[in-house]
Design a protein around this ligand. Structure first.
Ligand SMILES: Nc1ncnc2c1ncn2[C@@H]1O[C@H](COP(=O)(O)OP(=O)(O)OP(=O)(O)O)[C@@H](O)[C@H]1O
Ligand SMILES: [Mg+2]
Length: 268
């Protein structure tokens, strides 16, 4: 397809290289994530293929792609939960896995990972402790975070009694209890009602304006357009990256969904 580099104006045809929005790098600040040829194989399956990602401080980076394209596997390597087969991932300039960095990261997994036989409060305490907080710190933050996810009235309820969306909201609260510098959210708004999704996104924008960095995956394309930068991943490879408007413009489409389909077709 024909592309024009928005940085130097060079026109060209991009087929196999990643379409890259140079203007998205104008405000280069502190790099939070850097991956170099990051790859993960499961037997013969290449789940993540030579991924080169750069995420700057304060960015809301949306990693988008179809089911099985490697988003969660990438995220798990960025949390230090999976070791790369080759290449490396750095977060805050440290090669992962690195214990010291973990307390700066908040991770909300795709599958809601909260303890069903415990109360909402007990879960918050447990996750706070895992992230190295003491009891006083947890008590101080708990009220705020449970109010934000609208679970303050359910504080002493068993998690098994909560609805699916409520469990998801609790999982988000647990990932944010220690106010991490880097928040990794794997489909945080699945099963969350539209009103609360809007509240979440307003909050993500506030966090970003305070210099917090967010990496998010979502299948809701209307949400993805709120990201400061988007990376399209397909079969484990990054096929395009840039500001949402750039990607739409380059593909002459009106939505990120259409943009992805155009780019995916180009590759077939
Ligand atoms: N532990 C594992 N062992 C074997 N294969 C795995 C493992 N984890 C993931 N995979 C495979 O790696 C590929 C990428 O999976 P991944 O979960 O990263 O996709 P995804 O982009 O997050 O998809 P979704 O949108 O459905 O969440 C898939 O083919 C999946 O089956
Ligand atoms: Mg996933």
């Amino acid at each position: 397809m024909d592309v024009t580099c928005s940085h130097c104006g060079t026109k060209g045809k991009v087929v196999f290289d990643v379409i890259h929005d140079a203007s998205a790098e104008e405000k280069k600040g502190n790099t939070v994530v850097e991956t170099s040829n990051l790859s993960k194989r499961f037997g013969r399956l290449v789940a993540v293929n030579a991924l080169n990602l750069f995420i700057e401080e304060g960015e809301i980076y949306g990693l988008l792609g179809p089911n099985g394209s490697g988003k969660t596997t990438t995220i798990k390597m960025l949390c230090g939960l999976l070791r790369p087969s080759s290449g490396f991932a750095k977060v805050f300039h440290q090669v992962l896995p690195m214990k010291q960095v973990m307390q700066d990261i908040g991770y909300m997994p795709q599958e809601t990972a909260v303890y069903l036989d415990n109360t909402v409060h007990e879960n918050v305490v447990l996750f706070g402790q895992i992230y190295g907080m003491n009891k006083e710190e947890i008590m101080e933050k708990e009220q705020k975070i449970l109010t934000f996810v609208d679970l303050i009235d359910r504080r002493d309820e068993l998690v098994s009694n909560l609805s699916g969306g409520m469990k998801h909201r609790l999982s988000l609260a647990c990932a944010m209890i220690h106010e991490p510098r880097f928040l990794i959210l794997d489909e945080p708004t699945v099963g969350v009602d539209p009103e609360l999704r809007e509240i979440f996104w307003n909050y993500f924008n506030i966090l970003s304006s305070k210099g917090k960095t967010i990496l998010i995956t979502t299948h809701y394309m209307d949400e993805a357009s709120h990201c400061s930068k988007v990376g399209f991943i397909r079969h484990g490879s990054l096929i395009a990256e840039g500001k949402p408007d750039f990607l739409k413009k380059q593909t002459k489409t009106d939505s990120l969904e259409e943009a992805f389909l155009v780019l995916a077709k180009e590759r077939n």
